[in-house]
Design a protein around this ligand. Sequence first.
Ligand code: AMP
Ligand code: MG
Length: 309
Amino acid sequence: MNTIDQFRIKTNSQVNLGKIEADFRGDYDGEEAAIEVQEKLNQRLSELQALMYAENMHVLLVVLQAMDGGGKDGTIRHVMEAWNPQSCNVVGFKVPTAEELAHDYLWRIHKATPRKGQITVFNRSHYEDVLVVRVHNLVPRDVWSRRYNEINNFERGLANSGTTIVKFFLHIDKEEQLRRFGDRLYEPDKQWKISEADYTEREYWDDYQQAYEEALSKCSFSYAPWYVIPANQKWFRNLAISQILMETMESWKMKFPEPSVDLVEMRKKYHSEVAEEQGLAVAVEAVVNVKQAKGKKGKKKGKRKNKSS
Ligand code: AMP
Ligand code: MG
């Protein structure tokens, strides 16, 4: 499966979310079949992140957007467990504070972008400024409608400065959303998430889908592609995202940097004493082994002698 092409939104295409199957599972029969593949992906993602940190050259920004209950938190938990927290962070964007509202809408976003060698995952993002803001008329139409271009220019600037941007829309359908809200009512570790607003926002489902379709259609470029990930099946969502991240990072063809010191010289200078001691120890061990082996042979011979007599 070439996941990168399969789920990527082509530049200037018209996205129709109603035609994209949220329940898609690829060639997999179910979660069981995917477990081993996911483990291998995590292993590779972990290696790639170690390379990225060592090279200190690439920058990765992962943007996660979804309807409520779409699985942003679960994606973060499962996909990012492959990564060392030392060079990876998550930034969530909530209703803007008074301080944030006193600035332009990209101010809080730009401040949170990653540095070289680092991965940052945005849990919601500047796209909220053409989603919830549009759906609820928080600013006039002429203000939000300019933002697609502004966002494209902002992302272009980040990409020109060396940031790889990968954007995921976790696509669930309306029934799956209600099912997940329903499950939360019975799961003690999820009950805290329930809010009445989640249910009342469902009335705006179509408006949100339309706002998403426009953002996905207008803001997907080779330097900052959108991927629509079928996300009804959590395991498939994780698999597809891991695969795309892996393919993205592999395309960088990273290598561990050459050591900055002469290794032979360093061994000689700082480790020769230990090496000698170890060498001696190995020699002593070898003698002991030979002696023991001879001893065993002798015993065996002795036994055989006894038996035959
Ligand atoms: P959650 O992700 O469930 O913690 O909720 C965060 C809330 O903040 C969501 O309801 C978002 O719609 C809202 N939010 C995020 N960014 C903005 C924004 N720029 N303007 C208004 N609301 C926002
Ligand atoms: Mg929420």
